[in-house]
Each structure stands twice: as structure tokens, then as C-alpha cells.
Write a protein that binds this ligand. Structure first.
Ligand code: ATP
Ligand code: MG
Length: 237
């Protein structure tokens, strides 16, 4: 059984956006969700995280149908979302942003301290800036903080919406490398991206087009499919 099974998922905003998409992500994988602007990537991960209610279809997480479950419950169940646009709390310190990420475990102080240490281990820059207001961090550091905050809830499934948007190629690579480490430590990851530089870190690639899934592949299927030329807006660099 896959950790996440999406079946014929339909979601809209009064008009249909996801037209019945189906895919699976196995426990321990990193899946990358590609697609042009407006394809429905954010709608997909927001629905998995409980921010939107599906109009139809199923979302099974570890065998249970979680479609329509509230986001707070899903965080407890092990699903964490790093939303598009980073959305850290600018006036709060790095440490306090992290603490907010651990509110579902707030009664387990030792666990919270351990999680914070783990986040600082993944992102040493955050440790150096623990008392700094999050709004004064660079864009890359805010992205690290947004990922760190999601990790504080000890997710089994981490959803990252636009991990590298606005980051320099070097910083994007750093973020991808840390995501790889997080995955190696046992967390299943779905990462929304428009940067094919993430492919070396991906076990599975999913490509959306206008609310449908047009490609899903693993391993050599990804390398052989010429994703960039076929789906991602042309082959020229
Ligand atoms: N809150 C909303 N209200 C109405 N329509 C929306 C809303 N959010 C998204 N949409 C529409 O749903 C479609 C899919 O949007 P979505 O944000 O899921 O795409 P995306 O693949 O994440 O795009 P991008 O790469 O630009 O982030 C778009 O046509 C968008 O205009
Ligand atoms: Mg989006």
C-alpha cells in the first residue's frame, strides 16, 4: 500500500480546477509535482493538507480516507504543508516561528527541543539567527524557516509548495540537498517545482496540465521521458 493514494480527485473554486487526478506516492519517496502556472499544483497540495474540500474522489493516507479532514487534525496525523509564498510570521523570532510549528506537540517539551535541534542541524543558518525577527531574514532563509516550521510537527508526509522560487541556483540546490536529507531521515516528500534542477533528487515525477495529470513516472521512466522538452515549456536552456 502506498503512503498516499489519490484517486479521481476533483477540486474547484465554484468552477472545476482538478478534473479527477489519480496518483500514488510510496512511503520514503520524494515526488516532484511539475506544471506550468495555473496547472493546479497548489490546489492539489492544499487539498491534501486539508485547506480545500474536494468535490469528489479519495485521498488515502496510510490507508485512511482523509479527504475533508481539517488541517489541524491532518498535522496531528502527520501531514505538513510548507505553503506557497513562505508565509513566516515576520515580527516573531526564528525560534518563535518554530515553536508555532510544534503547537500540536506543545506538551512534549523534550520532543519540541529535539525537533528544534534537528531543524537547526538541517539549517545551521537558522541556528545562527534564532533570535532574529523572521521578517528580516533573506528570502532563502525564510524558505528554510518555512520548511523548518513544518518539520516541527514531525510529519510523515511533507508537502513543499514552490521550494526554489526566487532563490539563486546555488541556494535552490542547498534547499534540494536538505530536502534529500530530510527524505533520507524517513520523511516522504512531495515538492512542487518549476525548476527541473530538482530532478536528480526525485524518485517520482508527476506533471500536471490544466487540472489533469499528464505524466507520472519513476526512475528510468523519468530520465527517458524527456520531461523538459515534452511537458515543461520547450527544450532550450
Ligand atoms: N482561491 C482561488 N479562487 C479562485 N480560483 C483559484 C483560486 N486559487 C486558484 N484558482 C485557480 O485555479 C487554477 C489552478 O491554480 P493553482 O494555484 O492550483 O495553480 P498552480 O499550478 O499552483 O500555479 P502556479 O505555478 O502559478 O503557482 C488557476 O486557474 C487559478 O486561477
Ligand atoms: Mg502554485
Amino acid at each position: 500500500m502506498a503512503l498516499l493514494e489519490i484517486e479521481e480527485l476533483r477540486v474547484g473554486y465554484g468552477f472545476p480546477v482538478l478534473m479527477g487526478i489519480s496518483f500514488e506516492v510510496e512511503e520514503g519517496e520524494t515526488a516532484v509535482l511539475f506544471g506550468l502556472n495555473g496547472a493546479g499544483k497548489t490546489t492539489t497540495v492544499s487539498t491534501i493538507a486539508g485547506m480545500l474540500k474536494p468535490d469528489g474522489g479519495a485521498i488515502r493516507f496510510d490507508g485512511s480516507d482523509i479527504a475533508g479532514r481539517p488541517p489541524t487534525q491532518l498535522v496531528r496525523d502527520g501531514v505538513a504543508l510548507v505553503p506557497e509564498g513562505r508565509r513566516v510570521f515576520p515580527a516573531l523570532s526564528v525560534s518563535n516561528n518554530l515553536r508555532l510549528g510544534s503547537w500540536t506537540r506543545r506538551r512534549e517539551q523534550a520532543e519540541v527541543d529535539q525537533r528544534r535541534q534537528l531543524v537547526f542541524d538541517y539549517f545551521p543558518r537558522l541556528a545562527e539567527r534564532a533570535d532574529q525577527a523572521a521578517g528580516t531574514l533573506s528570502g532563502g532563509e525564510q524558505q528554510m524557516l518555512a520548511i523548518g516550521r513544518a518539520l516541527m510537527s514531525k510529519p510523515r508526509l511533507l508537502l513543499i509548495d514552490e521550494a526554489s522560487l526566487g532563490l539563486s541556483p546555488a541556494l535552490a540546490k542547498t534547499v534540494f540537498q536538505v530536502v534529500k536529507r530530510i527524505n533520507d531521515d524517513g520523511v516522504t516528500v512531495i515538492i512542487v517545482e518549476q525548476n527541473v534542477g530538482v530532478l536528480p533528487y526525485a524518485d517520482r515525477a508527476l506533471i500536471m496540465e490544466k487540472g489533469t495529470l499528464v505524466f507520472s513516472g519513476v526512475g528510468d521512466e523519468i530520465r527517458n521521458a524527456n520531461l523538459r522538452e515534452t511537458y515543461l515549456g520547450g527544450g532550450s536552456e
